[in-house]
Ligand binder design. Structure first.
Ligand code: UTP
Length: 453
């Protein structure tokens, strides 16, 4: 991209100010800025501007209802589990991790997946994810491809971290990194924000960027080549996730679902989890902020919350659905944020108030396109304790507590005595490498070996 071409494109889109510090930039800064301009997706910028200036009053949507949520009986679980195992054993299951976020609430300087979460060893989030895949590959004698979405914010650091850690024991040929898109932020007038004289402020385009990024980087073709039919999707911050849970995959397969979601009972009416609802025969996700007070607090005759379940972003996609959705433009979500800006004299300013708009796509916006959606209820104490905040709820402290409580239950069920306080909390720090024991059945086998019984 030349300067003249960049100027022409920017002016055509009303963004000529992006080059206003050109004369003061050195050669490196100029080259970098031209690269950034070449990468801008002006079609998306136009959609952002339309959203920003939209005066349209939202048409009142029809009243949502609670969807069917499957609670598996022991028999149904065993059947689904066997079907899921067959699918994994046949090499038709891939694992997809979205790890391109900025983790700003945690405030950790590095890829969130490198955050130390092991209560004993301080092993990182990535360790617990990768070692589950190691265990699954061994158990089922199969190669399971692990697709890891990064963003420009953390791509190089994530790749080198996996390299340093020897891929946690995974075959490096089966760990496929791909980078999501980055989007500029806009000011109230729809102008692209510079945070330095030669630099456009960019941030990841949201986890909804996964599908286009998979397509762009050849990952869908790779999945096709490998004969993948089901893709297990999860987020980096939850080390308790049961990766490729066979019962979940089996249920998804047996219902021929396009997408399946694991849902857990919300802690309370206002917990910040998305809620799957049904409207006009289609499923959609409603953010907790979008439920009215009446909807959030509504109760059934039995006294339970009517919209009882929240989504924790654990999904299975059918490959065919994922591929079909990759071409579609997902809706944009707008957020008013504090965005570092470059003042007219070229100095960088950290604003005290929200001064600009970021835009993101959300993966769950594919839901209304799905013909069949399966919602599976799960027990949150077994599978969900995310690391979102530096302290308080959903923090490293609560996550370590919940992981250890789960492992303590495993020991108990495996018949292995562990010292515990009267309140049920382990008296010793506990940690289990998933490649040592993926579940209580594995632990039982090890327990027998350990005690020699
Ligand atoms: P969150 O919504 O928790 O965002 O992402 P975050 O960036 O990790 O953290 P905050 O909000 O800045 O504190 C949920 C999951 O989606 C991924 C994250 O890496 C995490 O696994 N994600 C989010 C992406 O991969 N890309 C994005 O653009 C946003």
């Amino acid at each position: 991209m030349t300067f003249d071409r960049a100027k022409q494109i920017l002016e055509k889109h009303g963004q000529g100010h992006v080059l206003r510090f050109w004369d003061a930039l050195d050669a490196g800064e100029r080259a970098h800025l031209l690269d950034q301009i070449a990468g801008l997706d002006f079609a998306s910028v136009a959609r952002m501007q339309a959203l920003l200036t939209s005066k349209a009053v939202a048409v009142p949507a029809s009243e949502p209802t609670a969807p069917e949520v499957v609670e598996l009986t022991p028999d149904a679980r065993a059947k689904a589990y066997a079907a899921g195992e067959a699918e994994i054993r046949a090499g038709r299951v891939a694992v997809l991790l979205v790890a391109g976020g900025q983790g700003s609430r945690l405030g950790y300087d590095g890829p969130k997946g490198a955050y130390a979460i092991g209560p004993v060893t301080g092993r990182p989030l990535f360790f617990f994810h990768a070692r589950k895949i190691v265990a699954l590959c061994r158990r089922y004698g199969v190669r399971i491809p692990f697709y890891v979405m990064t963003s420009d914010v953390n791509d190089a650091a994530t790749r080198s971290y996996f390299e340093e850690q020897n891929y946690f024991g995974l075959d490096r040929n089966d760990v496929i990194f791909f980078v999501q898109g980055m989007w500029p932020a806009l000011d109230a007038k729809g102008r692209i924000i510079l945070d330095r004289p030669g630099h456009i402020f960019m941030s990841p385009d949201g986890h909804g960027g996964t599908l286009t990024a998979l397509a762009k980087h050849g990952c869908l073709e790779d999945m096709e080549r490998r004969g993948i039919t089901s893709v297990f999707y999860f987020q980096v911050d939850n080390p308790m996730v049961e990766i490729a849970d066979p019962a979940f995959i089996g249920l998804h397969m047996s219902r021929r679902a396009d997408i399946s979601l694991k849902l857990c009972a919300k802690r309370d009416a206002k917990e910040g989890l998305g809620v799957v609802v049904e409207r006009e025969g289609r499923c959609e996700m409603v953010e907790y902020t979008e439920l009215t007070d009446e909807q959030a607090h509504r109760r059934t005759a039995a006294g339970e919350l009517y919209f009882k379940y929240g989504s924790v972003a654990i999904h299975v996609f059918s490959f065919a659905f994922m591929k079909a959705e990759a071409d579609k433009a997902l809706p944009l979500h707008i957020a008013h944020k504090k965005i570092p800006v470059c003042a007219d004299d070229g100095t960088a300013v950290k604003p005290e108030k929200n001064n600009g708009y970021k835009f993101e796509k959300f993966i769950f916006d594919v839901l209304p396109d799905a013909k069949t959606v399966v919602n599976l209820a799960f027990d949150r104490e077994e599978e969900f304790s995310p690391v979102k905040n530096a302290s308080g709820s959903d923090s490293p402290a609560t996550c370590k507590r919940d992981m250890q409580a789960k492992w303590l239950r495993w020991f108990k069920r495996a018949g292995i005595q562990m010292p515990a306080h009267a309140c049920g909390v382990s008296a010793l720090p506990l940690e289990i490498d998933p490649a040592y024991a993926l579940d209580v059945t594995d632990l039982k086998k090890k327990g027998i070996a350990l005690t020699g019984e």
